[in-house]
Design a protein. Structure first.
Length: 300
């Protein structure tokens, strides 16, 4: 694939799939992610990750067999944030659906597998998957190639979020702004300036009826000065990929920005909260410091 975002999304899908396959009690059970790639792709991504052990975990080089070394890298460095935010998002979505939410919008959908796993939900609620046209086309081709299928309630919304009007595209796909909706916006805010984040929040607010919800993850004020090796590696990988992380927020400034667009924070999970909720026990996987998740509700 030529589109870099597709490769990033595929790597995230691999991390979710690998964690589900190898953990007896997965943080998040993504039973469909592996179905979106060939065995050659799956094994190739694993080998690629393992080749980076000098970067990810030099202290483990030569001490573990390859399968254990790969598991260590995935579960400690690549999977924790995608797993926790997916679990938080889908828990919040299901709660919202019990209180009147009728639509689900996934912004930056990548290879999200919700619509493949949660067939009962999708049979009752339209799901809009918005992402770059190349990523969307590749995902739909994979679904067809591997004998999977989408319910007619799943609406693909090809949109270049950097240059096109997201709201216009989502409305054209059949979104009803008079009905309560739930928006997920995961793994994106770090890479945007505060101005770009504000503009996106404004676009989302323009689609919201009162009581609609938004979940996203963000870096706090310690992100760019973190001494944690995993956080430093994350920042370095983003820089090397030509997509440097740009933003971080303290809780007060984040609340102020959300309120500007009519959102109030309903729940905010910091690293300690995330660990207690999703990473209890003696798990190898642990949440990153300086990474937080928020559920906000639109009040208008």
């Amino acid at each position: 694939m030529d589109n870099r975002s597709s490769m990033t999304a595929l790597m995230s899908a691999f991390a979710r799939a690998y964690h589900f396959k190898t953990e007896k009690q997965p943080v998040f059970a993504d039973s469909a992610a592996e179905k979106l790639m060939t065995m050659e792709e799956y094994e190739g991504i694993g080998k690629y990750i393992l080749s980076g052990i000098d970067f990810f975990a030099p202290e483990q080089k030569g001490k573990l067999p390859d399968s254990e070394a790969l598991g260590y890298i995935v579960n400690t460095q690549l999977a924790p944030t995608p797993l926790a935010r997916a679990a938080f998002c889908e828990e919040s979505l299901k709660t919202a659906a019990m209180t009147g939410t009728e639509q689900y919008v996934i912004i930056g959908a990548g290879y999200d597998t919700f619509a493949l796993r949660e067939k009962a939900f999708v049979s009752k609620h339209p799901v809009f998957e918005a992402d770059h046209p190349l990523t969307q086309a590749d995902k739909l081709e994979r679904i067809k190639r591997f004998g999977l299928a989408y319910n007619d309630n799943v609406k693909s919304v090809p949109v270049d979020l950097a240059t096109e009007d997201m709201s216009e595209k989502i409305l054209a796909a059949g979104f009803d702004r008079t009905k309560k909706a739930f928006f997920s916006w995961l793994g994106v805010s770090y890479y945007l300036s505060e101005e770009e984040i504000s503009r996106t929040l404004g676009d989302i607010a323009g689609l919201c009826s009162e009581g609609s919800s938004l979940v996203f993850d963000f870096g706090d004020e310690g992100l760019f000065d973190s001494t944690d090796r995993r956080v430093k590696n994350m920042l370095a990988m983003a820089m090397a990929a030509g997509e440097p992380m740009k933003s971080s927020f303290d809780k007060t400034s984040l609340a102020r920005l959300l309120e500007k667009h009519g959102f109030l924070i309903y729940e905010l999970l910091g690293p300690k909260d995330i660990e207690e909720r999703y990473f209890g026990g003696q798990r190898e996987a642990k949440p990153f410091p300086d990474i937080n998740m928020v559920l906000a509700v639109y009040k208008g």
